[in-house]
Ligand binder design. Sequence first.
Ligand code: SAM
Ligand code: SF4
Length: 462
Amino acid sequence: MSKSVFIKTYGCQMNVYDSQRIGDVLAADGYTAVDGPDGADLVVLNTCHIREKAAEKVYSEVGRLKALKDARRAEGRTMIIAIAGCVGQAEGPEMMRRAPAIDLVLGPQTYHRLPALLARVEAAHAEGKPGRVLDTDFPADDKFDHLPGEATAPGPSAFLTVQEGCDKFCTFCVVPYTRGAEMSRPVAAVLAEAGRLAGLGAREITLLGQNVNAYHGARADGGSADLGELIHRVAEIDGIERIRYTTSHPRDMTASLIAAHRDVPQLMPYLHLPVQAGSDRILKAMNRSHSADDYRRIVDDLRAARPDIALSGDFIVGFPGETEADFEATLALVRDVTYAQAYSFKYSPRPGTPASVLADQVDEAEKSRRLAALQTLLDSQQQAFNDATVGRRFDVLIERPGRRPGQILGRSPYNQAVHVTLDDQTMSSYHALIGTVFPVTIEAGGPNSLSGRIAAPQWTAA
Ligand code: SAM
Ligand code: SF4
């Protein structure tokens, strides 16, 4: 009898990709995906450890699941609760202690073993034992070599992990500890997966990695390809109309990658390039290995290669020892660069990281004040960027029906969400538009999205 699984994803796009692959592994093991935990035989929480609140959310969710699990047990049925991802990797034994309802904890590098791990849990349950299993190895064999093919269509926009792990050890960050050492998938494996995704209907591929631009994948001729070369190769695949990549580190923004922004028409004019801070003293304490001016120069080179490129970034305020003058330097960098979109966070001390034990931690209220000031500036830049697109006509990849009747949702080349209003006649056959790149005239810009109309009045469904 088919078993059901509900997978809930926290955190970054790499976790979204991992959850899809966990779904593929479980589909091959006879599981059917369901939309909620109610009635599920297995619940997988694919967790994120990057900031404190992320882990706390997982513990609250386990609390809610425990009630469902107890109710099922009263009916003589079981529900397995599995914790995957970075909280599992970092805090596996602690999670087992703190939340007895958890049956299984695994890390980001062992999810290809899920069927065997679940069999161990089930065998123990069948004998009336608790059967709790922890697997947070960094196995020598590569999980990608053991994953089955994609079980479901990815939709018009698909993620593809090409690089994992990090050797940079920024002093605030847990990723090198939870995701392990940096590795790149071979070029042939990436191209094969991109080809399969295109065959399943993907029109846009986002190449993923914790440090995606550190990519150095083995080529068949024994050499190695950098990300610029990989992008050229992915662009040759039939059906791939758009390419993006994330997340990049400024240090690995090579000339070849910057040139790809000029030379590959499928590479979208948008780049997420975290800088974290604008003060050289703080950048040094963060072990970022670049200065604020190095970052400004990279932005200049990118804009020379692709003048309309839209930039996004990550910022941390209140890193230990950050003074008002350091924070002002971050604001100055933001004013110089001008972002189309950005993520900003209060520094969160992560156990085991060097910055967490520094003496001069910044007061929580001060962190909140700086975050609010930074976000006010970033929001105004985002609104200005969105406003500047009003009246323009550009290609939008249509992804799915919108939330409001008469609307469909897509993405601009600059990664803005675009709500496209259709007339009644077009709406009746809107599904023919999903997965196509269509010209849209932008009529309004909101803080987080645009709205517009199809710029081809004669359009009819084929
Ligand atoms: N590898 C990418 C890079 O180097 O920029 C980003 C990785 S991390 C998953 C995403 C973002 O989370 C970081 O860019 C940083 O802004 C934020 N972050 C990481 N650790 C943090 C911490 N301890 N406190 C607050 N924000 C943090
Ligand atoms: Fe974390 Fe720094 Fe590595 Fe990015 S580069 S994943 S912030 S350690």
